[in-house]
Write a new protein. Sequence first.
Lengths: 334, 400
Amino acid sequence: MPPDFPGVRLHVVTGKGGTGKSTVAAALALALAGPGKNVLLCEVEGRQGIARMFDVDPLPYAERRLATGLVGEHGERGGVVHALHIDPESALLEYLSMYYKLGPAGRALDRFGVIEFATTIAPGVRDVLLTGKVYEAVKRNARNRGAIEYDAVVLDAPPTGRIAQFLGVTSELAGLAKVGPIKTQSDNVTRLLRSDRTAVHLVTVLEEMPVQETVDGIADLRAHDLPVGGVVVNMVRPQVLDQKSLTEVRKDEVDRAAIAADLKHAGLEADELLLDGLVAEARDHAERQALEDAQRKVVAGLGLPTYELPRLADGIDSGALHELAALLRDQGLA
Amino acid sequence: MTRPAPGQAPLLDVDALLDDRSVQIVVCCGSGGVGKTTVSAALALRAAERGRHAVVLTIDPARRLAQSMGIEQLDNTPRPVAGVDATNGGSLDAMMLDMKRTFDEVVESQASPEKARQILDNPFYQALSSSFAGTQEYMAMEKLGQIYRDSQGTYDLIVVDTPPSRSALDFLDAPERLSSFLDGRFIRLLLVPARGPARFMTAGLGIVTGALTKVLGAQVLRDVQTFVAAFDTLFGGFRQRAQQTFRLLQADGTAFLVVAAPEPDAMREAAYFVERLSDDAMPLAGLVVNRAGQRPLGGVTPEEASSAAAKLVKSLGREDPGMTDSTQGPLAAGLLRLYADRSRQVAREAVLRSRFAAAHPQVPTAVVPALAGDVHDLDGLRRVGVLLGGQDEDTRRETG
């Protein structure tokens, strides 16, 4: 299947807390890293989630080879996923030394608490530093000697409630700073973020609040002229019962005697308690299923490309991430 | 009370906590997506219906929940919630935090009208008050302090929902961060040009302001300097309020509840919260494990259920003569699979909780079973409240 976002270099992944956006970002990076490709996976929230998922040592502020990407469709060895943990302090110091050759002034800044001011207190500066570093990785080309040129960059971004502000802050800051290098820098970042080389994907689960937050997030992104990509519906429950069974369960019309007979046939002695337990679980499942279906309709109504990933009972490890990556590629996200 | 076995947490008696008149503030904290807002609202409603005069301060409730509580408009003032059972003499108010407005109110209360206007109009202030990382956390605590100070006689219990922070306990850091910023050399540095005398301009300062001008542009630096100069006289008041609120949080009348979902990430965050609260000498009342799975009735192991389901599917496939008089085969197999999945989930969650309890044996825990549907009205909150309050050995057994 041809990918849905062929021209996109920067994939931003956001989602409400608890929806698994970091997992999706990691799986997407693996999926994009097909044979011969180099992909960079960035995290900006200081949580070291990437290191935990891939079971490696905490990541420094430096690009590290993280994992081998998804194998090709004919079994070719996958490309390489690199990882970068971006913290604002390091990004600021790097930025200053790269663009201003500050020398002793850089150290003086630190001594006077300017670094702390800029990265924790000055509004928006923190976010600009983070997106600025991502920008640098995306814009790299053959002229940057020694640096890896990436085919795609995946950003594990802040949650949906903050995403438009996080990405849009560059224009806000540019408004604050009317001239000067910060203005130029943030204008450049804004231009990339608003271009068709960027796509912001939203991760949700089929529950009311996360879906509502997704709807709000999309409106917010559009209001800031940021390009909305696809919606990844994560942790989807398996369809265990067919429609006929679900209806029976909902109407409380389950034939308990017949179920008991089936259980006996399968070697289980069914007492009333077990039948109660089975029926109660089924009712719970049917109710959740109905809620999920209602939310799935809301998601479908968004008119965006949508991708579904299953709930993995046994947690996330590198194998599970490859499984999810394959599903994303099969559905065309990568 | 007998000491619980290793890996078994003592029970958190939520009703006793809510009934304890000496408890005046309950702070719910936890990572995003664990149902913190719902738990806060359910606690406040339950307290009110047990006779407390409660107010709940929420950060970002789901729209329908906010509507059902009558707080969908942001006016930064607690409003009475309709439909609360007042039989026991209690009451419930609710409000949703407006961060910028809270910040503005603090400025207005601390400065002369003229000076306040000057600050509120400053572009740097406007950006700071709406986007400074940590402002929301800090303002939530500021609002808590305000309600506490203004409410003597109106409320006897304040329940606070905390923002889902990136670094989860930012609200504890915010006052201190603000203080250290205000005391910092950087502020002194910014104040130098505003105060004039060039002899303070040491060589170091010159380099720094030069660099800042180069990076930010002279105009931003000027905005910042104007802001700092205007704000200078307010710093003392801000710091004092921040410290007051911090002390209020540490006081005996406050109880912290850490809310978590029974998933590895959320439980890891919860452990971090618990440690952080202890480090800061904050009064931790316990852990609420929200949306836990319940062990299904019948006492069949997941292995037995799975293998029976597999057997059924197999007989269906080859049209086993024993199955001919039944049309329930696929349904029975499905029921068994759901049963097995649920039992496994409960077992996994039990392992997570017992690991947590082994590492933090002193933390009382309440386990709240998951409801199948979403909570968006008072009845839903009441049901969560019953589950929160109804912590007994039965609930515990059922949840593994």
